[in-house]
Design a protein around this ligand. Structure first.
Ligand code: ES4
Ligand code: ZN
Length: 326
């Protein structure tokens, strides 16, 4: 349609995408075969059929299982290369991608293997597609503070290739306050800070992400809408929210795309962006997310331009680089 062609042509930055969540079933099978890893599925179709989730934890269980096929530096490079090829086709010119090192180090894969592979994929994407990218190291919040500190220590030799730390995995029961000290240590190392908050967790978790983790950007943030004072604060502080419509639908954060709050967020003056989260699991890349939200909520071209512009304003590009994009 007219609108999807308009979306496809809009240059955009992607700010909320878990690289392990871009592992398509086809690549999962190819890596399983290459590495001699058993996977509990007979076919690509059977894998896709298993992607039906009632909540975040349902998804995480299958997402961590899928990541088991990732073993070598080449695997991580191939994973990143496949994402960047797909993102480039969607008009993404800059991507700030999450990775979950603990998912790999806990299986005996070294931090350095993960970093060498991902950075090779990033450098190739810059050369082949002109896409710039940055890495965000996420701590798994279902694990303890000491494990996060150990991961931060492994990252120290790689700080020149890591822009920020983030916080992901099971939100309920693992409030941001659990990681206040490790985020403080990350800040002291010069890293920026983001956190998933208000996806399933209450507005209190968003307050904690702001006050205790001192985040530069908020991932999801949907449940902030339940707290008018919080909305006012997010608007005043020009906090960027990385919203993920298809993720919200697949994880039942919204019951139907027709109920998605993206336009209410825009109308409230929030600096919201649209992102794909875990595109291989949630049924689409960034343009699919723009298209689904636009169709369900009747977004017009001006709103779509605002969303794309917000993606650059909310990025960790320099002010000069932002100015070149907006
Ligand atoms: C995630 Cl959607 C989402 N939420 C929290 N943690 C995650 N890890 C990967 N995707
Ligand atoms: Zn996410």
């Amino acid at each position: 349609t007219d609108l999807s062609a308009f979306i496809a042509r809009l240059p955009k930055a992607e700010l909320h995408m878990h690289i392990e969540g871009s592992l398509e079933p086809e690549l999962m099978f190819a890596l399983a075969r290459r590495n001699g890893v058993e996977i509990p599925f007979d076919s690509v179709e059977a894998v896709r059929a298993a992607y039906s989730f009632s909540n975040l934890q349902d998804f995480l269980d299958i997402y961590y299982q899928g990541a088991d096929v990732l073993r070598t530096e080449e695997d991580f490079r191939d994973l990143a290369a496949a994402y960047f090829d797909r993102a480039a086709a969607d008009g993404v010119v800059h991507a700030e991608i999450f990775f979950d090192p603990q998912t790999h180090t806990d299986r005996g894969i070294s931090f350095d293997v993960v970093m060498r592979g991902l950075t090779a994929g990033m450098d190739e994407a810059q050369a082949r597609h002109g896409i710039s990218s940055k890495l965000i190291l996420c701590f798994l919040r279902h694990l303890d503070e000491e494990a996060a500190f150990a991961t931060l220590r492994l990252a120290e030799p790689w700080l020149h290739r890591i822009e920020a730390v983030g916080l992901d995995s099971s939100e309920l029961g693992h409030p941001p306050e659990k990681f206040a000290r490790v985020f403080e240590a990350a800040a002291a190392l010069g890293l920026k800070r983001v956190a998933h908050a208000g996806e399933e967790g209450p507005p209190e978790y968003v307050h904690q992400a702001l006050d205790l983790l001192k985040v530069d950007r908020l991932d999801h943030g949907n449940r902030s809408l339940e707290d008018p004072g919080l909305i006012e604060r997010l608007v005043r502080e020009q906090m960027t929210l990385t919203v993920c419509p298809l993720s919200n639908l697949k994880l039942c954060v919204v019951g139907d795309m027709a109920e998605h709050p993206i336009d209410r967020m825009l109308d409230a003056g929030l600096r919201v962006t649209i992102n794909s989260d875990d595109p291989a699991y949630f049924g689409g890349y960034v343009n699919d997310n723009f298209g689904a939200a636009a169709e369900a909520r009747g977004l017009d071209r001006e709103q779509l331009v605002t969303l794309a512009r917000n993606s650059f304003l909310g990025s960790f590009l320099s002010e000069d680089e932002k100015a070149a994009h907006v």
